[in-house]
Design a protein around this ligand. Structure first.
Ligand code: NDP
Length: 449
């Protein structure tokens, strides 16, 4: 591998050894882009790779709120404005008890390249808190969100940094966050957040966009294999916002999701999770953040497997991890290969360990990376920003058509980038290279800082 790439990976491993998720993603991206560094010695002279692993700005803050018993609670908030070379910082907020600096940095680093891939003018960011909305009342969540935004509002804005949702942050949380922003600033500046409700500037199709986009990307992959989606069975991890979008679009296109999972276990529903009643049930579970996946099995008469993962089941055609990071390790990858399932499309951010990813690729599984597959979500968020700036509301059809086109272009850019560097049909390296090239060019043109 290129010596400069090796040096920077070694530097990050040493300097950030207490940030394993961040190290993992840097190693994954930089290993992929080594051929680009070979071809561009000027990137080493400009020390581009070391500059790119340092966020332009990152801060943490105290978030204090009062629970329903009147007790004071303290959490930590984060915002990482990773890279603004191609546009205002843009990336979600995650509320979950396992959020820490390493998780926020890995997500911000990934977001930078993903946003570049969308073709939209948006830089990379991420934020969140170790606050977990599960089991909290609406009023507790409101008080937490108000306190969080009171700490953050000075540092964000429609042209500066535009947060959105992620794990634990849906339209309810975005509503509370925006209300507090408006109250503090005294202006109606709704382009500051995306994923908003339709009544105050949200975009049609945004709630579905990440899941729909993932299925549109899947269609491109299947087309390449001379295959199509009709009749396909899919195992999706998670039952949150993204998984719900996948289930809905899969059902519309004649496929079905037959497995889904959460941290408590998994469900097998051989009939598919595709009727309106089932989809509404999933949506309600997500909105309540109840973590009660078993209630689905009780209601719809199917099996719940507590504390187990479904990797290795062989009665599906496609695996789509869509819950969280590091869902699939080497042992899981071995089970997937043994199952004979041909397609593995990452949807959640970094669901696969680097060893597992290498194993899947080596054993002929067709693998697609999350930074491409899930990019439709942030892509439609950028469309929400455009609608807010223009004071326009686009129809669902218009947004959906743009999303479809965006996913096709992301797929094609990835195929083309891998091909240009002689890597063959490699969607993982191709996505990393295409995203990197755009950010690198902008940074080179803007001078040394
Ligand atoms: P949600 O909070 O709506 O859902 C998350 C789902 O993942 C839940 O079903 C949850 O189940 C499960 N989950 C969370 N943590 C764990 C864990 N440690 N182990 C097992 N299961 C877990 O989040 P989203 O659907 O919005 O996001 C899912 C993934 O997609 C994340 O990686 C996110 O970064 C990524 N993503 C999301 C986008 C969006 O538009 N929302 C855009 C791009 C990427 P339970 O609560 O029962 O544990």
């Amino acid at each position: 591998m290129n010596r400069y790439v090796e040096d920077v990976i070694a530097y990050v491993k040493d300097k950030y050894k207490d940030q394993p998720e961040f190290v993992q993603t840097v190693e994954e991206v930089y290993t992929s882009i080594a051929p680009v560094i070979d071809a561009h010695p000027e990137f080493e002279r400009a020390d581009l790779l070391k500059r790119m692993v340092e966020p332009e700005r990152m801060f943490r803050f105290r978030v204090v709120w009062t629970d329903d018993e009147g007790k004071t609670q303290t959490n930590v908030g984060y915002r990482c404005q990773f890279n603004g070379a191609i546009g205002p910082y843009k990336g979600g907020l995650r509320f979950r008890n396992n959020v820490n600096e390493s998780v926020i940095k890995f997500l911000g680093f990934e977001q930078t390249f993903k946003n570049a891939l969308t073709g939209q003018p948006i830089g990379g960011a991420k934020g969140g808190s170790d606050f977990d909305p599960a089991g909290k009342s609406d009023l507790e969540i409101m008080r937490f969100c108000q306190s969080f935004m009171t700490a953050l509002y000075r540092y964000i804005g429609p042209d500066t940094d535009v947060p959105a949702g992620d794990i634990g942050v849906g339209s309810r949380e975005i509503g509370f966050l925006y209300g507090q922003y408006r109250r503090l600033k005294g202006v109606f500046e709704n382009g500051v957040l995306t994923g908003k409700g339709l009544s105050y500037g949200g975009s049609l199709i945004r709630p579905e966009a990440t899941g729909y986009g993932a299925v549109y990307y899947l269609q491109e992959v299947l087309k390449h294999e001379g295959d199509n989606i009709v009749g396909k069975k899919i195992a999706v991890s998670g039952y949150g916002n993204v998984s719900w979008g996948i289930m809905k679009k899969a059902a519309q296109l004649g496929a079905k999701v037959t497995y889904m999972s959460g941290s408590a276990g998994y469900i097998h529903d051989p009939d598919g999770i595709g009727t309106e009643e089932k989809l509404q049930f999933i949506l309600d579970l997500r909105e309540k953040n109840s973590k009660d996946l078993k209630s689905y099995a009780d209601k719809f008469g199917c099996e719940f497997y507590p504390k187990q993962k479904f990797w290795g089941v062989d009665d599906v055609d496609i695996y789509m991890p869509a819950a969280t990071q590091n869902e699939v390790d080497l042992e899981d990858a071995k089970k997937i290969v043994a199952s004979g399932v041909k397609y593995y499309l990452e949807v959640s951010n970094m669901p696969t360990s680097n060893e597992a990813m290498a194993y899947l690729k080596e054993h002929g599984v067709i693998v697609a990376p999350s930074k491409a597959v899930n990019a439709g979500g942030v892509g439609v968020s950028a469309l929400e920003m455009s609608q807010n700036a223009e004071m326009m509301v686009w129809t669902a059809q218009e947004v959906d058509d743009l999303l479809k086109r965006m996913m096709k272009e992301i797929y094609e850019k990835s195929v083309d980038a891998a091909d240009r560097y002689g890597l063959g049909y490699d969607l993982v390296s191709g996505a990393n290279i295409a995203g990197f090239e755009k950010v690198a060019q902008a940074m080179m043109e803007q001078g040394v800082f």
